[in-house]
Structures are given as structure tokens and as C-alpha cells.
Unconditional design. Structure first.
Length: 247
């Protein structure tokens, strides 16, 4: 099952994606082509993100893969939905898309063993976590100006139930800009797989339903320009479209 969050009459509503429509509580159907997609995020959820979690991306940037997860937090101000616009700052020429699988926690998780961790995943979605490299202090310490700028993290279009995805470490993912593929990889290449990340985080904090873990991106750095259309796609999960607008 796929669940989407859309705007309707000034409020956010969750619905089930059925063929070419989002079916809302009560049975009303909104065609996907007419739906205003919102980030499929539970208000108040914690949003975690990973740095250098693909070995090929670490090598591409001249770093060794980390020995422990490099985790930072994302603010809700960063998120926009499917088919939305993200600004490219006027003082930035090195903004690039990063396609990432997002794992969404389905039930409270505390001190979870890695062997059991995937049982705590409710579903998955796609994000394009834009990086703005001019502001980067250190890849081992991503700063706020790189990863917490307004509307620079498209996410969605929907959440796919974990049971419909299966093994999260066996998915192809890619990014394209104006139809040209600029990233292509597999979740099999994560340094720290989804189950290990859940075990790591839940060892020192309780993960709650709706919490999100953005799991990092494979190699491929391509700088975008105003007017570009960016598509991030993950096998079995979805296709996320975003447009870049120069400030």
C-alpha cells in the first residue's frame, strides 16, 4: 500500500494511492495529476540524515568511509513535496541533488537488535537531499547552511509499506537532471545498512512512529541551474520530481 499526504481545502489530508488517484477517508478520490502533494511526514517526527554512507561517494569526495554513522538532523523547514520547487541560492553555484532512500519508523524502537530492526520499519519513501557545497565546513561535520536551508529537501511522493518493498538493501536508485542520468547506484552499497542504523540510533534514544532516517546517497555530483528538472527514483518505492528555481 502507498499512503500520500496532500493539501485539500487548506488542510493536510492522508489518503491511499490507488491506481491514478489518492483515495481519501470517506471515499473521495483526487487524481494524481491534480493532487498537491505535501511531504509525507508526521508532524513532530524526528528526521535523521546520513553523511558519507556510500563507499563510492566517500571515495569520489576523497574521504575514507566513516567507521561509525555520521548522523545529523534535518529541520521541517527543509522539506517540500513532490512536484514542488527548490531555490538555488543566489550565492551558490555548487548545489547538487542527492537521491536517498528514507526509512520510516512504524512502532516505538528502543535498544533494538540489528537482527530485528527491520521489523520496526513501517515504510519507505524517496528524498532528494540537495547539498550546497560552498557552505561545507567538513564532510565529517555537515553544517546547517549545507543541509538545513528552506525547501531544499524534496520528499515523497508517498510512503510505501515496508512489506511491499522487501529488502531495503537491494534497490536501484538514480537521479536525473533534464532527462540525463547523473547518479546511479544500489542501496546494497550502503556502509551502514538500514537495520544497523536503527540499532545504532535506538541504542541511545527511543525512535517513535513517523521518525525518518535518510540513508545517504551514492556517487555522482552534478551541479544544477535554475530551471532544471530533477527526478530521483528508487526501485519499488517511487519517482520524485522537483524543479530548481534560481533566487
Amino acid at each position: 500500500m502507498k499512503r500520500a499526504r496532500i493539501a485539500l481545502n487548506g488542510r493536510a489530508v492522508w489518503g491511499v494511492v490507488d491506481n491514478d488517484a489518492v483515495v481519501l477517508p470517506g471515499g473521495r478520490a483526487v487524481a494524481l495529476a491534480n493532487a498537491h502533494f505535501l511531504p509525507p511526514v508526521t508532524p513532530g517526527a524526528s528526521i535523521f540524515a546520513l553523511g558519507l554512507n556510500y563507499a563510492d561517494h566517500s571515495v569520489e569526495l576523497g574521504f575514507k568511509p566513516p567507521s561509525a554513522p555520521l548522523i545529523f538532523l534535518k529541520g521541517p523547514n527543509t522539506l517540500v513535496g513532490h512536484d514542488a520547487v527548490s531555490p538555488r541560492p543566489a550565492d551558490a553555484n555548487q548545489m547538487h541533488p542527492e537521491c536517498e532512500l528514507v526509512a520510516i519508523i512504524g512502532r516505538p524502537a528502543r535498544k533494538v537488535r540489528q537482527a530485528d530492526a527491520l521489523d520496526y520499519v513501517g515504510g519507505y519513501t524517496v528524498t532528494c537531499d540537495y547539498a550546497i557545497r560552498e557552505y561545507l565546513e567538513n564532510y565529517y561535520r555537515p553544517n546547517l547552511r549545507v543541509k538545513n536551508r528552506d525547501a531544499t529537501t524534496p520528499i515523497g511522493p508517498w510512503i510505501v509499506d515496508a512489506a511491499d518493498v522487501g529488502d531495503p538493501q537491494a534497490l536501484a536508485l538514480s537521479s536525473s537532471v533534464n532527462g540525463n542520468v547523473v547518479q546511479h547506484g544500489s542501496t546494497a552499497d550502503m556502509v551502514f545498512p538500514v537495520a544497523e542504523l536503527i540499532a545504532y540510533l535506538s541504542d541511545f534514544m527511543t525512535l517513535m512512529p513517523g521518525d525518518m532516517i535518510m540513508t545517504g546517497t551514492p556517487h555522482g555530483v552534478h551541479f544544477v541551474q535554475g530551471g532544471d528538472e530533477v527526478v530521483c527514483e528508487i526501485e519499488k518505492v517511487g519517482r520524485l520530481v522537483n524543479r530548481v528555481e534560481a533566487e
